[in-house]
Design a protein around this ligand. Structure first.
Ligand code: 5GP
Ligand code: ZN
Length: 117
């Protein structure tokens, strides 16, 4: 697992790697996924490095809520709330996580299938 100094999402937060920003506040930043799998595909991340969902402790409850609120702001901003959208976190190997800086995918703009593969 990369440390925060090697983490690509920390580099995005620092402005060292460019991104197409959709939303930002004191705690979170949201930007378009580089390889979108839906017409709208945005990643919402905490500015503070946290590797996976499982690394959140009881004390991080407010921080977790802020990330989800960020996802709602993204949905509103992109107009996904009318037709519906999906918020997904991939955790660990079986969950399909590839970047170990916790993030929620906001997916919309088409009918999404269920269950996922
Ligand atoms: P995961 O597979 O960990 O749930 O999601 C990681 C996501 O990050 C993938 O959907 C991938 O396309 C996206 N991604 C990887 N590197 C970059 C990058 O440098 N910039 C952006 N905007 N997205 C990235
Ligand atoms: Zn990071």
């Amino acid at each position: 697992m990369p440390t925060s100094s090697e983490c690509i999402f920390c580099k995005i937060v620092a402005g060292d790697i460019p991104c197409q920003k959709v939303y930002e506040d004191e705690h979170v930043i949201a930007f378009h996924d580089l390889y979108p799998v839906a017409p709208s595909h945005v990643l919402v991340i905490p500015k503070k490095h946290v590797s996976t969902l499982m690394d959140f402790s009881e004390e991080d409850t407010e921080q977790m809520g802020r990330i989800l609120q960020g996802a709602l702001q993204v949905a509103k901003k992109l107009g996904l709330d009318e037709d519906g959208f999906r918020v997904v976190n991939n955790m660990g190997e079986y969950g399909g996580q590839t970047v170990y800086h916790v993030h929620f995918h906001v997916l919309g703009g088409r009918h999404l299938t269920w269950p996922p593969g």
